[in-house]
Unconditional design. Structure first.
Length: 144
C-alpha cells in the first residue's frame, strides 16, 4: 500500500489525531517564529512573499519536530513492540539495549521521514484552521 493511502486510512480512523493536536499547539506556540521565518524569506526573496501555508510547512521541515517528547515516546513504543516481537518469536533471551540500538540504526531514519510526511499530511487536512491560528492577532494585554 502506498504511504499516502496509509496516511489517508490513518486520518480517517483517527490514528493521526495526536499529530493534529500537536500541530495546533505547535502553530500556537511558534506563531511568532513562523511569522518571523515568513518575513525573513520576504527579505531574502526581494519582495516575493512566502505564503503563510508554505511558511508553516517550511518552518516545520526546518525544525523537523512538532512535539519532541511525544515523538520520543512513540519511538520507544516501537522499540518495545520490537522487543515483544522478538520475545514471542522465541529468539531466546532478548537484549533490550541491543534491540534498541538495532532499531535506531535500521528504522529511526525511515520512522522520522514517515512522521514528517504524516505531519505535512495532517497540516494539509487542517490548513484552514492552522492558517486562522497563525493569522489570529492576539488581543493586547491591558495594563493598569
Amino acid at each position: 500500500m502506498a504511504e499516502l493511502d496509509e496516511l489517508k486510512k490513518d486520518w480517517e480512523s483517527g490514528r493521526l489525531d495526536s499529530i493534529a493536536s500537536d500541530l495546533v499547539e505547535f502553530v500556537r506556540n511558534h506563531r511568532a517564529d513562523i511569522v518571523e521565518y515568513r518575513d525573513s524569506h520576504l527579505r531574502k526573496l526581494k519582495g516575493a512573499r512566502l505564503s503563510d501555508d508554505l511558511a508553516i510547512r517550511m518552518y516545520i521541515l526546518q525544525v523537523r519536530s512538532i512535539a519532541p517528547q511525544g515523538e520520543i515516546k512513540d519511538q520507544l513504543r516501537e522499540i518495545e513492540q520490537e522487543i515483544w516481537y522478538r520475545g514471542e518469536k522465541g529468539m531466546g533471551q532478548v537484549d533490550r539495549q541491543e534491540v534498541a540500538r538495532e532499531w535506531c540504526l535500521r528504522h529511526a531514519p525511515g520512522w522520522r521521514d514517515h512522521r514528517v510526511m504524516a505531519i505535512v499530511f495532517v497540516l494539509e487536512k487542517m490548513k484552514e484552521q492552522l492558517l486562522a491560528i497563525l493569522n489570529d492577532d492576539p488581543k493586547p494585554v491591558r495594563t493598569a
